[in-house]
Ligand binder design. Sequence first.
Ligand SMILES: [Fe+2]
Length: 422
Amino acid sequence: MTTVLPHWEQTPDDLGAATREIKAALRERIGASGRTVEEVFSVVEKRVQEAVDDIAAARRRGESVWPVIEYSDIAAGTVTAEQLALLRRRGCLVVRGHFERDQALGWDRDIVEYVEGNHFFENYRGPGDDFFGSVGSKPEIYPIYWSPAQMQARQSERMAAVQAFLNAQWKHESDGVQWFDPARDSLYPDRIRRRPEGADSAGLGTHLDPGTLDLWMTSAYQQAFRHLFDGSVEEYDPWDAAHRTAGPQYPGTTMCSAFRTFQGWTALSDMDHDQGVLHTVPIPEAMAYLMVRPLLPDVPDDDMCGVTVNQVFPAGHKWHAPLMEALTGIPDVRAGDSVWWHCDMIHSVAPVEAQQGWGNVMYIPAAPWCPRNEDYAASVRKAFLTGESPSDFPAEHYEREWPDRFPASALNEIGRRGLGLD
Ligand SMILES: [Fe+2]
């Protein structure tokens, strides 16, 4: 019934040729289903436009576009059906009071003590130095992974409860396969951001992080996105994890080896909504638009709307203008709140001048246990035990000799399970 798609399990040598080949094959496959690319795209366009209109209407009514759920409701299982529906519609969430504010502020202080006590700033050789010379050479992103504060948050009951709640929004079992275990997280180690009062920041343009050309070119992703190309586009479900949790990814400096249901961070300072904060296009189905758009005839045959390997997947006005209308920032957050967004969603960080207050976060996603994350956990265990930077990140290894990094003896059951030590 369907054409066999060419696929590349490793980065193709000739990206242009591979792009031409896969685009032709995807068009042919859509054609074989009895529909045209234009027809399929118009189904996607309509579905996404409804979401864009819904967001505009919510804004006009003065409602928060970002869903907000109290941690206490997640813990008690009292999140309403209405709240769940909004979470699924928008694909993003603020968890209020995920941690006590004092706990989060305490962690922020602990991190400062940890890095200062280990002379991190004196030894920092990071990219900030190239641009700013000696003045203001303190980084905003700290390539620090193993502080007691970060590990306490990662292995806390509260984090596990929210991750399990978020993972459960995905369909994790089908065709007799359990694609991931929603109740067990893999403790994906990531960095810290501490952006000081008065900072000017250029922000970060609209992009997404799930992959690059591999999203069209590997066999696993071709199966994951099968509905977009086999004539059943109406069945595309952005919450279906089928074929997403075991396949390869093309390597690159921006890659994430783990499968994340949601990207996320926990606030370690209060942040107002206009102080250079995270924005998303809160429409999970927009991924269908991003995946099908390059097949339209106005895009050159060797171009995937600007997507290439070793760079983040760009989204923008040139190819995705209707989506950009929906770009929405988070509401004000307080230290201890956490912020989450579906792993396929477009996001950006707004620029800020003379920032008021600090902008401090710990990056902690929801990365449930699955074959991909189990593989990666082996290198995480090694990095944890030796104090190295995890293999998804630059090999900076600042913490190797730091005596007060989080010790294996302080792991609880959640921590051991997440690292695959039990
Ligand atoms: Fe990102």
